[in-house]
Ligand binder design. Structure first.
Ligand code: PHE
Length: 455
């Protein structure tokens, strides 16, 4: 089979793991996971999430990497190489479109992070710790737009400016520092008076907190956090050599990504109990949770400007490496499909990001009257990608494996470099478990759209 000619391969296993980890660890872990866990049931959310990561997530990572390595292509090309039917191209396209929906609003949140970094740099920690600060910031559309454009341009520059290697090198230093600081902040947070209730809420499953949304949100988060169902791992898989043990690297990525998410949860959720009370309103804050809670924690720690600066700097790096991988997949899809050069494809994607991202940026201010399904524009984009597009993309991938690629060929590819110990689990998940989960998420999303249930 044709392979890798048109791609730059990774320098080896480490390069591959670092690249996938750079893509996986980002705002999804630090910003998105804690607010979902706080909102959708705490311990029970965590439990459902872990089960999903170890089953569904595992199967998808293995499938996508194997598909990429077998074909040497990105998602659209890889899907097509297994069959001529239009359905196959459609499946590939759904995978390819998800990142185009995510990257614009991802950059808006990246902009929020950049704004907080800037304010800490100017010594404004006290203002940031005020409960109303974040709300009035996101309502000021001009300012949000400015920071969004700054972040989006930075990502664009990393992709086109040939500084990508440099950014990846820096994030190799930043990532461990982020973990270290997160541990310190988590310990501090946990030891505040009243915080133990939060630790308990986050770690101990309580079945009375369970709802269908627990599953829906956990599954969307699994796709998001592991960068699944959007062709990223197919693309990365196409760069790896046959000696990379797909099963082992999958485990490492899962552990690393989930570990950081749990750490972020321990940093933020106990602090919600200690600083804002653990009532439903505080826990249900949603996307704003990190931006409201974390500054309060820092303010009470002392040296808040320094800590805030370091923290948001590291979050910014994690966000940039993830945003780069998102934009990169969009750019490579455009290149593969149009035959355009890298530079023009990048400009097209940047244009798309700026248009859709601006709508998301304005959605909390001058465009707050636009509320599809009762959500802000940003939440709506997040919902469409994570709860609709990605489940459909994942379903297409499962069907593709069962109908076209066959389990035998996947197993053969995986077994080139690993023993594929969990092959039975893999088959069960792809054939029955994943489709069942996806049916749940899709049915409840549609029911929600028609107002039958409230999510
Ligand atoms: N996984 C990244 C994060 O958690 C986000 C992302 C999603 C990156 C999809 C690439 C693709 O922040």
């Amino acid at each position: 089979m044709e392979n890798k000619q048109s791609h730059h391969g990774f320098s080896g296993k480490i390069g591959y793991i670092m690249a996938v980890a750079g893509s996986a660890v980002g705002l999804g872990n630090i910003w998105r996971f804690p607010y979902l866990a706080a909102k959708y049931g705490g311990g029970i959310f965590l439990l459902v999430y872990l089960v999903l990561v170890m089953t569904f997530g595992y199967a998808l990572i293995v499938t996508e990497s194997a598909m990429g390595r077998m074909t040497g292509k990105g998602p659209v090309g890889a899907y097509r190489s297994f069959g001529k039917s239009r359905w196959f191209s459609l499946g590939g396209w759904i995978n390819a479109i998800a990142p185009m929906v995510i990257v614009p609003y991802y950059c808006v949140i990246g902009g929020w992070v950049a704004k907080y970094l800037y304010e800490y740099m100017r010594g404004n920690s006290t203002a940031l710790a005020d409960s109303n600060y974040f709300g009035s910031f996101i309502a000021s559309s001009g300012s949000v737009e400015l920071w969004f454009v700054v972040f989006a341009l930075a990502v664009f520059f990393v992709i086109t400016g040939g500084v990508r290697g440099g950014v990846e090198k820096i994030s190799k230093i930043m990532m461990p520092l982020l973990v270290l600081l997160a541990i310190i902040v988590a310990i501090y947070s946990i030891s505040r008076p009243g915080a133990m209730a939060g630790v308990k809420y986050f770690l101990v499953p309580n079945f009375k907190d369970f709802s269908i949304m627990t599953i829906v949100a956990a599954m969307g988060q699994m796709f998001y956090s592991l960068s699944l169902a959007m062709g990223i791992l197919v693309t990365y898989g196409s760069y790896i050599q046959k000696d990379v043990d797909i099963e082992k690297t999958t485990k490492q990525i899962e552990i690393f990504d989930t570990g950081i998410a749990i750490l972020a949860g321990l940093m933020i959720i106990p602090a919600v109990f200690a600083f804002s009370g653990g009532d439903a309103a505080a826990l249900g804050a949603g996307p704003s949770l990190m931006f409201i809670t974390i500054p309060k924690v820092f303010e009470s720690m002392g040296m808040s400007n320094l800590i805030g600066f370091v923290f948001f700097l590291m979050v910014l790096f994690a966000a940039i490496t993830s945003a780069v991988s998102l934009m990169e997949t969009c750019v490579s899809t455009v290149m593969e499909q149009t035959g355009w050069k890298r530079s023009s494809s990048s400009i097209l994607v940047l244009g798309e990001m700026l248009i859709i991202g601006s709508a998301a940026a304005f959605g909390f201010g001058i465009w707050s009257f636009i509320a599809p399904m009762g959500m802000s524009i940003l939440d709506f984009l997040d919902f469409i990608s994570n709860s609709v597009l990605m489940p459909i993309a994942a379903l297409c991938t499962c069907i593709l494996v069962v109908r076209a690629i066959t389990f035998q060929r996947i197993a053969k590819e995986v077994k080139i470099s690993s023993s594929f110990k969990q092959e039975k689990l893999y088959r069960f998940v792809v054939k029955y478990f994943a489709p069942a989960c996806i049916a749940i998420i899709l049915v409840s999303s549609v029911a929600n759209a028609f107002g039958i249930i409230k999510m």
